[in-house]
Design a protein around this ligand. Structure first.
Ligand SMILES: Cc1ncc(COP(=O)(O)O)c(C=O)c1O
Length: 356
Protein backbone atom coordinates (compact mmCIF):
# COMPACT_ATOMS: atom_id res chain seq x y z
CA UNK A 1 0.00 0.00 0.00
CA UNK A 2 1.55 3.34 -1.03
CA UNK A 3 0.52 6.47 0.85
CA UNK A 4 1.73 10.02 0.78
CA UNK A 5 1.54 11.81 4.09
CA UNK A 6 1.14 15.55 4.55
CA UNK A 7 4.89 16.05 4.86
CA UNK A 8 5.46 14.37 1.54
CA UNK A 9 7.15 11.29 2.86
CA UNK A 10 6.08 8.42 0.62
CA UNK A 11 5.12 5.50 2.86
CA UNK A 12 5.02 1.88 1.76
CA UNK A 13 3.90 -0.29 4.66
CA UNK A 14 5.18 -3.79 5.22
CA UNK A 15 2.45 -6.39 4.82
CA UNK A 16 3.58 -8.65 7.63
CA UNK A 17 5.34 -7.55 10.80
CA UNK A 18 8.31 -9.67 11.94
CA UNK A 19 7.81 -8.62 15.53
CA UNK A 20 6.22 -11.84 16.76
CA UNK A 21 9.29 -13.83 15.74
CA UNK A 22 11.61 -11.70 17.91
CA UNK A 23 12.67 -12.80 21.39
CA UNK A 24 12.88 -9.44 23.15
CA UNK A 25 14.41 -11.02 26.27
CA UNK A 26 17.41 -12.36 24.40
CA UNK A 27 18.38 -9.65 21.98
CA UNK A 28 21.92 -9.53 20.66
CA UNK A 29 22.85 -5.93 19.94
CA UNK A 30 22.33 -4.85 16.33
CA UNK A 31 21.16 -8.14 14.82
CA UNK A 32 17.41 -7.68 14.48
CA UNK A 33 15.87 -4.82 12.51
CA UNK A 34 12.37 -3.41 12.63
CA UNK A 35 9.83 -3.67 9.82
CA UNK A 36 10.59 -0.39 8.06
CA UNK A 37 13.43 1.85 6.99
CA UNK A 38 13.70 5.49 5.94
CA UNK A 39 15.41 6.24 2.63
CA UNK A 40 16.20 9.53 0.92
CA UNK A 41 18.40 9.89 -2.15
CA UNK A 42 20.53 12.85 -3.16
CA UNK A 43 20.39 13.30 -6.92
CA UNK A 44 20.59 16.23 -9.33
CA UNK A 45 22.11 18.35 -6.58
CA UNK A 46 19.29 17.92 -4.07
CA UNK A 47 17.68 15.55 -1.58
CA UNK A 48 14.70 13.90 -3.24
CA UNK A 49 11.32 12.92 -1.76
CA UNK A 50 11.95 10.74 1.30
CA UNK A 51 10.40 7.29 1.60
CA UNK A 52 9.60 4.88 4.39
CA UNK A 53 9.43 1.33 3.09
CA UNK A 54 9.73 -2.24 4.34
CA UNK A 55 13.22 -3.08 5.64
CA UNK A 56 14.83 -5.01 2.81
CA UNK A 57 18.08 -5.58 0.91
CA UNK A 58 18.91 -2.97 -1.68
CA UNK A 59 20.72 -2.93 -4.98
CA UNK A 60 23.84 -0.80 -5.31
CA UNK A 61 26.36 -0.92 -8.12
CA UNK A 62 29.70 -2.54 -7.24
CA UNK A 63 31.36 0.66 -8.40
CA UNK A 64 29.50 2.82 -5.84
CA UNK A 65 32.08 5.10 -4.28
CA UNK A 66 31.24 4.08 -0.74
CA UNK A 67 32.79 0.65 -1.38
CA UNK A 68 36.04 2.08 -2.66
CA UNK A 69 36.66 5.29 -0.76
CA UNK A 70 34.60 4.84 2.39
CA UNK A 71 32.56 7.97 1.86
CA UNK A 72 30.10 7.14 4.63
CA UNK A 73 29.02 8.65 7.94
CA UNK A 74 26.55 7.50 10.56
CA UNK A 75 24.89 8.27 13.88
CA UNK A 76 23.76 6.25 16.87
CA UNK A 77 20.80 7.28 18.99
CA UNK A 78 17.98 5.65 20.93
CA UNK A 79 14.24 5.90 21.45
CA UNK A 80 12.69 5.02 24.80
CA UNK A 81 9.14 4.37 25.92
CA UNK A 82 7.65 5.20 29.30
CA UNK A 83 4.99 3.20 31.10
CA UNK A 84 2.24 5.28 29.46
CA UNK A 85 3.43 4.36 25.98
CA UNK A 86 4.93 7.78 25.14
CA UNK A 87 8.06 7.66 23.00
CA UNK A 88 11.11 9.83 23.74
CA UNK A 89 14.39 10.63 22.08
CA UNK A 90 17.36 11.95 24.06
CA UNK A 91 18.93 15.18 22.75
CA UNK A 92 18.29 14.26 19.08
CA UNK A 93 19.28 17.78 17.99
CA UNK A 94 22.84 16.83 18.93
CA UNK A 95 22.83 13.78 16.67
CA UNK A 96 21.34 15.78 13.84
CA UNK A 97 24.05 18.44 14.12
CA UNK A 98 26.77 15.82 14.43
CA UNK A 99 25.80 13.82 11.35
CA UNK A 100 25.99 16.98 9.29
CA UNK A 101 29.32 17.91 10.86
CA UNK A 102 30.60 14.44 9.99
CA UNK A 103 29.09 14.73 6.49
CA UNK A 104 30.77 18.08 5.83
CA UNK A 105 34.19 16.61 6.73
CA UNK A 106 33.64 13.71 4.31
CA UNK A 107 32.45 16.03 1.51
CA UNK A 108 28.90 14.65 1.78
CA UNK A 109 25.99 17.09 1.31
CA UNK A 110 24.23 18.05 4.54
CA UNK A 111 20.83 16.56 5.23
CA UNK A 112 17.87 18.93 5.85
CA UNK A 113 16.66 19.23 9.45
CA UNK A 114 12.95 18.89 8.64
CA UNK A 115 13.53 15.68 6.64
CA UNK A 116 15.60 14.27 9.49
CA UNK A 117 13.04 14.93 12.22
CA UNK A 118 9.91 14.21 10.19
CA UNK A 119 11.45 11.06 8.77
CA UNK A 120 12.68 9.82 12.13
CA UNK A 121 9.49 10.61 14.03
CA UNK A 122 7.21 9.12 11.37
CA UNK A 123 9.34 5.97 11.33
CA UNK A 124 9.32 5.70 15.15
CA UNK A 125 5.55 6.07 15.32
CA UNK A 126 5.23 3.27 12.75
CA UNK A 127 7.63 1.09 14.78
CA UNK A 128 6.15 1.93 18.18
CA UNK A 129 5.48 -1.72 19.07
CA UNK A 130 9.21 -2.40 18.75
CA UNK A 131 9.99 0.06 21.55
CA UNK A 132 9.47 -1.73 24.84
CA UNK A 133 8.97 0.16 28.10
CA UNK A 134 11.24 -0.57 31.05
CA UNK A 135 14.73 0.61 32.03
CA UNK A 136 17.37 -0.94 29.81
CA UNK A 137 15.00 -1.41 26.87
CA UNK A 138 15.32 0.90 23.90
CA UNK A 139 15.21 1.08 20.16
CA UNK A 140 18.66 1.76 18.76
CA UNK A 141 18.47 4.10 15.78
CA UNK A 142 21.09 4.14 13.06
CA UNK A 143 20.92 7.05 10.62
CA UNK A 144 23.66 6.87 7.95
CA UNK A 145 24.69 8.27 4.60
CA UNK A 146 26.59 6.48 1.84
CA UNK A 147 28.01 7.61 -1.49
CA UNK A 148 26.08 5.69 -4.16
CA UNK A 149 27.44 7.10 -7.41
CA UNK A 150 28.80 4.30 -9.61
CA UNK A 151 32.22 5.73 -10.43
CA UNK A 152 35.61 4.62 -9.18
CA UNK A 153 37.59 7.80 -9.50
CA UNK A 154 38.79 9.06 -6.13
CA UNK A 155 36.59 12.11 -5.73
CA UNK A 156 33.31 12.93 -3.96
CA UNK A 157 30.19 11.30 -5.34
CA UNK A 158 27.36 13.12 -7.09
CA UNK A 159 24.72 10.84 -5.53
CA UNK A 160 24.13 9.69 -1.95
CA UNK A 161 21.61 7.74 0.06
CA UNK A 162 20.55 8.78 3.57
CA UNK A 163 18.86 6.01 5.55
CA UNK A 164 17.55 5.26 9.01
CA UNK A 165 17.29 1.70 10.27
CA UNK A 166 16.28 0.64 13.79
CA UNK A 167 17.16 -2.28 16.01
CA UNK A 168 15.59 -3.17 19.37
CA UNK A 169 18.17 -3.22 22.17
CA UNK A 170 18.75 -4.19 25.76
CA UNK A 171 21.60 -2.62 27.76
CA UNK A 172 24.81 -3.01 25.70
CA UNK A 173 27.79 -4.02 27.85
CA UNK A 174 26.50 -5.14 31.19
CA UNK A 175 29.74 -6.42 32.61
CA UNK A 176 32.62 -4.11 33.59
CA UNK A 177 35.21 -4.10 30.81
CA UNK A 178 38.96 -4.67 30.81
CA UNK A 179 40.82 -2.15 28.68
CA UNK A 180 44.25 -1.67 27.16
CA UNK A 181 45.82 1.80 26.87
CA UNK A 182 47.07 2.21 23.28
CA UNK A 183 50.84 2.37 22.92
CA UNK A 184 51.39 1.80 19.21
CA UNK A 185 48.21 2.08 17.13
CA UNK A 186 46.13 5.24 16.82
CA UNK A 187 42.49 5.84 16.11
CA UNK A 188 42.82 9.40 14.86
CA UNK A 189 45.26 12.24 14.39
CA UNK A 190 45.33 16.03 14.36
CA UNK A 191 43.57 17.38 11.32
CA UNK A 192 41.98 14.00 10.65
CA UNK A 193 38.45 12.65 10.98
CA UNK A 194 38.43 11.42 14.58
CA UNK A 195 35.70 13.88 15.56
CA UNK A 196 33.43 12.57 12.80
CA UNK A 197 31.37 9.41 12.89
CA UNK A 198 33.06 8.29 9.68
CA UNK A 199 32.63 4.59 8.94
CA UNK A 200 36.36 4.11 8.31
CA UNK A 201 37.23 5.23 11.85
CA UNK A 202 35.62 2.06 13.12
CA UNK A 203 37.13 -0.32 10.56
CA UNK A 204 40.56 1.02 11.52
CA UNK A 205 40.01 -0.05 15.13
CA UNK A 206 39.10 -3.65 14.42
CA UNK A 207 42.62 -5.02 13.94
CA UNK A 208 44.23 -3.48 17.07
CA UNK A 209 41.12 -4.24 19.11
CA UNK A 210 41.35 -7.87 17.95
CA UNK A 211 44.94 -7.99 19.21
CA UNK A 212 43.83 -6.54 22.55
CA UNK A 213 41.08 -9.15 22.76
CA UNK A 214 43.63 -11.92 22.22
CA UNK A 215 45.42 -10.58 25.30
CA UNK A 216 42.20 -10.76 27.31
CA UNK A 217 40.99 -7.16 27.03
CA UNK A 218 37.62 -6.01 25.75
CA UNK A 219 38.52 -2.63 24.37
CA UNK A 220 41.28 -0.12 23.76
CA UNK A 221 41.51 3.32 25.29
CA UNK A 222 43.05 5.36 22.52
CA UNK A 223 45.85 7.77 23.29
CA UNK A 224 47.00 10.81 21.31
CA UNK A 225 48.68 9.74 18.08
CA UNK A 226 51.81 11.87 18.43
CA UNK A 227 53.00 10.92 21.92
CA UNK A 228 50.67 8.15 23.21
CA UNK A 229 50.93 9.92 26.57
CA UNK A 230 47.36 11.22 26.87
CA UNK A 231 44.19 9.17 27.17
CA UNK A 232 41.51 10.18 24.70
CA UNK A 233 38.52 7.87 24.26
CA UNK A 234 37.42 4.28 23.71
CA UNK A 235 36.19 2.79 20.44
CA UNK A 236 32.56 3.81 20.90
CA UNK A 237 32.66 5.68 24.20
CA UNK A 238 34.21 8.75 25.74
CA UNK A 239 36.10 8.03 28.92
CA UNK A 240 36.02 9.40 32.47
CA UNK A 241 38.48 8.88 35.32
CA UNK A 242 37.59 9.34 38.97
CA UNK A 243 40.57 10.27 41.10
CA UNK A 244 39.52 10.76 44.71
CA UNK A 245 36.11 12.36 44.36
CA UNK A 246 36.98 14.30 41.22
CA UNK A 247 36.17 13.34 37.65
CA UNK A 248 38.56 14.00 34.78
CA UNK A 249 37.86 13.66 31.08
CA UNK A 250 39.74 14.71 27.96
CA UNK A 251 38.60 17.83 26.08
CA UNK A 252 37.07 17.19 22.67
CA UNK A 253 39.22 18.03 19.67
CA UNK A 254 39.45 17.06 16.02
CA UNK A 255 40.64 13.65 17.23
CA UNK A 256 37.79 12.90 19.65
CA UNK A 257 34.08 12.38 19.10
CA UNK A 258 31.96 15.01 20.86
CA UNK A 259 29.76 12.46 22.63
CA UNK A 260 26.21 13.32 23.69
CA UNK A 261 26.52 11.07 26.75
CA UNK A 262 29.85 12.71 27.65
CA UNK A 263 28.44 16.21 27.58
CA UNK A 264 25.39 15.04 29.55
CA UNK A 265 27.62 13.44 32.23
CA UNK A 266 29.63 16.67 32.52
CA UNK A 267 26.39 18.61 33.05
CA UNK A 268 24.99 16.06 35.51
CA UNK A 269 28.25 16.14 37.48
CA UNK A 270 27.79 19.89 37.84
CA UNK A 271 24.14 19.40 38.89
CA UNK A 272 25.17 16.77 41.47
CA UNK A 273 28.02 18.88 42.86
CA UNK A 274 30.72 16.52 41.57
CA UNK A 275 33.85 18.32 40.42
CA UNK A 276 34.70 17.48 36.80
CA UNK A 277 37.88 18.67 35.14
CA UNK A 278 37.95 18.73 31.35
CA UNK A 279 41.64 18.62 30.49
CA UNK A 280 44.25 16.31 28.99
CA UNK A 281 44.59 13.17 31.14
CA UNK A 282 48.01 11.57 31.12
CA UNK A 283 48.66 7.85 31.21
CA UNK A 284 51.29 8.54 33.85
CA UNK A 285 48.94 10.28 36.28
CA UNK A 286 46.36 7.50 35.97
CA UNK A 287 49.01 4.85 36.61
CA UNK A 288 50.29 6.84 39.61
CA UNK A 289 46.73 7.22 40.93
CA UNK A 290 46.17 3.47 40.50
CA UNK A 291 49.38 2.81 42.45
CA UNK A 292 48.60 5.15 45.33
CA UNK A 293 44.96 4.04 45.55
CA UNK A 294 43.39 7.38 44.59
CA UNK A 295 42.08 6.03 41.26
CA UNK A 296 38.55 5.04 42.24
CA UNK A 297 36.88 4.46 38.88
CA UNK A 298 37.22 4.53 35.14
CA UNK A 299 34.08 4.45 33.05
CA UNK A 300 33.03 4.92 29.45
CA UNK A 301 30.05 7.00 28.34
CA UNK A 302 28.18 6.45 25.09
CA UNK A 303 24.69 5.94 23.69
CA UNK A 304 24.94 2.17 23.22
CA UNK A 305 26.23 1.21 26.68
CA UNK A 306 25.13 4.43 28.47
CA UNK A 307 27.82 4.04 31.16
CA UNK A 308 30.25 1.16 31.15
CA UNK A 309 32.50 0.56 34.16
CA UNK A 310 36.13 -0.45 33.64
CA UNK A 311 37.43 -3.20 35.91
CA UNK A 312 41.10 -3.27 34.83
CA UNK A 313 43.57 -1.56 32.54
CA UNK A 314 46.92 -2.47 31.08
CA UNK A 315 49.74 -0.25 29.91
CA UNK A 316 53.32 -1.25 29.11
CA UNK A 317 52.70 -4.70 30.61
CA UNK A 318 51.54 -3.21 33.92
CA UNK A 319 48.05 -4.43 34.77
CA UNK A 320 45.92 -2.59 37.31
CA UNK A 321 42.70 -4.05 38.66
CA UNK A 322 40.08 -1.50 39.70
CA UNK A 323 37.89 -2.82 42.51
CA UNK A 324 34.23 -2.05 41.76
CA UNK A 325 32.65 0.34 44.26
CA UNK A 326 29.15 -0.20 45.51
CA UNK A 327 28.15 3.46 45.28
CA UNK A 328 30.10 4.28 42.16
CA UNK A 329 29.78 7.42 40.10
CA UNK A 330 29.31 5.07 37.13
CA UNK A 331 26.12 3.63 38.62
CA UNK A 332 24.94 7.06 39.76
CA UNK A 333 25.31 8.53 36.26
CA UNK A 334 23.79 5.49 34.63
CA UNK A 335 20.75 5.68 36.87
CA UNK A 336 20.38 9.44 36.53
CA UNK A 337 20.67 9.33 32.74
CA UNK A 338 18.42 6.33 32.15
CA UNK A 339 15.76 7.81 34.45
CA UNK A 340 15.74 11.03 32.43
CA UNK A 341 15.68 9.04 29.17
CA UNK A 342 12.72 6.90 30.29
CA UNK A 343 10.69 9.83 31.64
CA UNK A 344 11.11 8.66 35.22
CA UNK A 345 12.64 11.85 36.58
CA UNK A 346 12.65 15.58 36.09
CA UNK A 347 14.30 16.78 32.89
CA UNK A 348 15.57 20.15 33.94
CA UNK A 349 17.75 20.70 30.88
CA UNK A 350 15.02 19.83 28.35
CA UNK A 351 16.93 16.82 26.98
CA UNK A 352 13.89 14.61 26.41
CA UNK A 353 12.17 15.03 23.07
CA UNK A 354 8.75 13.47 22.92
CA UNK A 355 7.73 11.86 19.62
CA UNK A 356 4.10 12.88 19.17
C1 LIG B 1 34.26 7.04 18.87
C2 LIG B 1 33.11 7.30 19.76
N1 LIG B 1 33.31 7.98 20.91
C3 LIG B 1 32.31 8.27 21.74
C4 LIG B 1 31.01 7.86 21.47
C5 LIG B 1 29.90 8.22 22.40
O1 LIG B 1 29.10 9.22 21.83
P1 LIG B 1 27.55 9.35 22.20
O2 LIG B 1 27.49 9.57 23.66
O3 LIG B 1 27.07 10.53 21.43
O4 LIG B 1 26.91 8.08 21.80
C6 LIG B 1 30.76 7.13 20.32
C7 LIG B 1 29.39 6.67 19.98
O5 LIG B 1 28.68 7.36 19.31
C8 LIG B 1 31.83 6.85 19.43
O6 LIG B 1 31.61 6.15 18.31
Amino acid sequence: MVESNPNEIVIVKSEHSKINSVDFNNLIFGRVFTDHMFVCDFEDGKWQTPKIMPYQPMTIEPSARVFHYGQAVFEGMKAYKDENGSIFLFRPDQNFKRINKSAARLAIPEFPENYFFEGLETLLKMESDWIKPGLGNSLYIRPFVIATEPAISASPAATYRFMIICSPAKAYYNKPVRVLFAEKFSRSADGGVGFAKAAGNYAAQFYPTGLAQKKGFDQIIWTDASTHKYLEEAGTMNIFFRVGDKLITAPTSDRILDGVTRKSVIQLAEDLGIECEVRPVSVLEIKEAAKDGSLKEIFGAGTAAVISAVSAFEHADDVFEIPQLENSYASLFKKTLTHIQHNLSEDKHGWRHEVK
